[in-house]
Write a protein of this length. Structure first.
Length: 337
């Protein structure tokens, strides 16, 4: 069994912990929290050994009556690999600790690509993470774009990708985020950071991205235009995308016209926390004009990177090839809408 430690048990960390616990070849050896809040109590209730991410705060957990297994360095030492799910920038501070214990580490998309040996997407560049000490699982938006662009690039070739990202202002639990009643170009200049981030996965891809931030918490929405080298029919593109396990083509008959209904659908399907691990591509939006493909897709920012973190664990340790890992992860989680 692969022993996985998770440093950070917030929006992403708790989802990764639950996903790892479901894998037949992995176990959660512990999770680390900075303070004794409701998530810390939940971790203990689920049976995850809890460690103090800041060892000086151990007494706070004891005062709150929350059992702690030790400090974060003990977790790192016990793990075969650590998933760093800390807030952006903290992973860079933790890197020296992981190196001191010779424990491979996976970071999230908020960290700089310069911090790691390779940026990772299971569908696009799984094998590049083999034997790496530091791997960055790219952000939710970059994950979504990589999953979409990989089959298009392989099948038709991509001359140019142009994407406008309409981004949620914050996650439901991020009460300090905004905007509250506004629509912001974010940034106002070209490109947004997403295009350069996609290039950490596809170095030679010609891509421009624009970003807007809106007062919503549910999901991101992408307006995608891809100029293709070979020109398919819209139906051929739909068939291609339907064959991708982490893409969900939203049928017109479902009458799902936005992110709210997508989340409702996920909850009706019994998804934990209403999570949507797949890209949601509106089937009727897929259209081809000359050599330009157009479509809309929605990305659930809280969960689409979760299966990628699981796959990255196997990739780093050489525990399975890409197809084996993706299938194993999908089966264990129940990916596929």
């Amino acid at each position: 069994m692969i022993k996985v430690g998770i440093n950070g048990y917030g929006t992403i960390g708790k989802r990764v912990a639950d996903a790892v616990a479901l894998q037949p070849d992995m176990e959660v050896v512990g999770v680390a929290k900075t303070r004794p809040n409701f998530e810390a109590e939940t971790a203990v209730e689920k049976g995850y050994p809890l460690y103090a991410a800041i060892e000086e705060r151990l007494p706070r957990f004891e005062e709150a009556g929350i059992e702690v297994a030790g400090g974060v360095e003990e977790l790192v030492e016990a793990a075969d690999v650590v998933v760093d799910a800390c807030p952006s920038g903290i992973g860079a501070e933790n890197k020296a600790m992981y190196e001191a214990y010779d424990t491979p580490a996976l970071y999230q998309g908020g960290e700089s690509a310069d911090l790691v040996d390779v940026s990772f997407n299971a569908r696009a560049n799984y094998s590049e993470a083999a034997d790496a000490d530091h791997v960055r699982v790219v952000s939710c938006n970059t994950t979504g774009l990589s999953r979409l662009l990989a089959p298009l690039q392989e099948t038709y070739g991509v001359k140019k990708a142009r994407v406008t990202l309409v981004r949620r202002g914050g996650d439901p639990g991020q009460t300090g985020r905004g905007p509250i009643n506004d629509i912001l170009p974010n940034p106002v200049t070209l490109p947004s950071h997403h295009g350069p981030d996609v290039n950490t996965i596809f170095p030679d891809l010609n891509i421009d991205t624009l970003g807007m931030k809106v007062p919503a918490t549910l999901m991101h929405t992408h307006s995608v235009n891809v100029q293709l080298e070979e020109v398919p029919t819209a139906e051929a593109v739909r068939d291609l995308l339907a064959g991708e396990s982490r893409l969900f083509l939203v049928p017109e008959r479902f009458d799902i016209d936005g992110a709210g209904k997508l989340k409702e659908y996920a909850m009706d399907r019994g998804r934990p926390r209403g999570d949507i691990w797949e890209n949601c591509v509106w089937e009727e939006s897929v259209s081809v004009e000359d050599d330009d493909l157009y479509l809309f897709q929605a990305i659930h920012q809280e969960s689409d990177v979760v299966p990628e973190n699981v796959d990255a664990v196997r990739a780093v340790l050489g525990a399975a090839d890409a197809d084996e890992s993706i299938e194993r992860t999908n089966d264990a989680l129940g990916v596929g809408l």
